[in-house]
Design a protein around this ligand. Structure first.
Ligand SMILES: *[C@@H]1O[C@H](CO)[C@@H](O)[C@H](O)[C@H]1NC(C)=O
Length: 385
């Protein structure tokens, strides 16, 4: 494609002109531009995904679902439709295969898949096109999460993956999502849902701000260091609560209460303390425990069968906890797509495989993707839409 290469310089210049031009003509609401399009222009792709995904089958509402959201309302109008079920998931290159499988599993088990709105949190560009081509009918919006927002707050942990800035994006959902979104289900990227997610959505939180399955038999002491427990200024935070461990990979969040009580700041304050005086060893989980443990609306355990990734250090295979299963979660260091690829899967990894939409892109096998061509393509797609 010689002509592309020859003209790519011109197109790059044209792209920069559009980016820098203050009078960029636009028919889209400012909000939509801010969170999904402008960043696509400003941030050149940092990764070129070396893979693609099969198109998922179409998932349609059953008759009992009633009318689905009115598309003619535009992006903002749709997201504010009160009949929607809101789900937030991160998308990044390393866990993309997991996120796509999670979305696929949710749609497949939902009676009213067209009432689900996905909020994707990203820190790199180029993923929006990929989601659209995999799920052509999906209602979704992509939000840019600036890694610099948390980078200075993150301290080292037992596993490097836990230090990724995007892991901390769940703390900022109340700011990132539109104010009209009053509740959201946050889900990690290493899980599949085997039940109708609307059942989780309609769970009562009572007076609480977040809901999650609690594990009161887990030894809570071990989530914090001796330095934490020996300093009354810190450990007194649990003084008048009965804290139980919960996993932050599946949470139902009341964003109205979250905004009202400023939980984002409270979590950040514990992260600042951690920078000065090491009070825990894990990543984004302990600050959530510090703020919410003992104040969590208990959700049935079936909604987070976690730990299937195995131990944080060794990654051995795990079995299911007893009881019914609505969601399987490969938390821990082992991920099913990596173990399946390595041909040494754990037995339960076969339950993840049916939701995998990954396919090896034929061109990625023998060609080195050309950055210039990619930028050109990128610009052209943006130009056309
Ligand atoms: C809980 O863990 C702490 C620290 O690892 C340990 O000292 C304590 O004995 C444990 N408690 C129980 C009941 O196992």
């Amino acid at each position: 494609m010689l002509w592309i290469q020859r003209f790519s310089g011109f197109f790059s210049a044209a792209m920069m002109w559009i980016v820098l031009s203050p009078s960029l003509p636009s028919s889209q609401p400012a909000e939509a531009i801010r969170s999904s399009h402008l960043h696509s222009y400003l941030r050149l792709p940092t990764h070129i995904p070396p893979f693609s995904f099969r198109k998922a089958p179409e998932f349609r509402n059953a008759d009992v679902c009633g009318l689905s959201a009115d598309i003619t309302l535009g992006e903002i109008g749709v997201v504010c439709d009160p009949s929607l079920v809101h789900v937030a998931i991160t998308l990044d290159v390393d866990y993309l295969r997991g996120s796509i499988a999670a979305v696929h599993s949710i749609l497949q088990h939902s009676m009213c898949p067209e009432t689900i709105f996905f909020h994707f949190l990203v820190s790199e560009t180029g993923l929006e096109t990929l989601v659209r081509s995999t799920f052509p009918q999906l209602k979704f919006k992509v939000y840019y999460f600036d890694p610099d927002r948390v980078r200075s707050l993150i301290s080292t942990s037992v596993r490097q993956a836990l230090e990724q800035p995007l892991n901390y994006a769940r703390n900022y959902l109340a700011d990132l999502l539109e104010p009209c979104v009053r509740r959201v289900i946050y889900l990690d990227s290493d899980l599949v849902v085997l039940d109708d997610i609307s059942k989780l959505w309609y769970t009562s939180l009572g007076t609480k701000t977040i809901g999650a399955p609690e594990y009161c038999h887990a030894n809570f002491t071990k989530y914090f260091t001796a330095a934490f427990w020996s300093d009354r200024r810190y450990s007194d935070t649990f003084g008048r609560r009965k804290p139980c461990y919960f996993n932050t990979g599946v949470m139902v969040m009341d964003l109205v209460k979250w905004r009202r009580f400023g939980y984002t700041k409270r979590i950040e304050r514990w992260m600042e303390i951690q920078k000065m005086n090491r009070i825990y060893e894990l990543g984004s989980l302990p600050p959530f425990l510090l703020v919410f443990a003992g104040h969590v609306a208990p959700i049935e355990h079936r909604w987070n069968q976690h730990g299937l990734g195995g131990d944080n250090v060794r990654g051995s295979c795990r079995d299911l906890h007893p009881g019914p299963v609505s969601l399987l979660h490969w938390s821990g260091s082992g991920k099913p797509w990596l173990r399946l690829d390595s041909r040494r899967p754990c037995p339960l990894d076969s339950l993840w495989a049916p939701y995998d939409l990954y396919e090896q892109h034929p061109s990625s096998l023998n060609s080195n993707p050309n950055k210039e061509e990619y930028y050109f393509f990128f610009f052209w797609v943006k130009f056309l839409d």
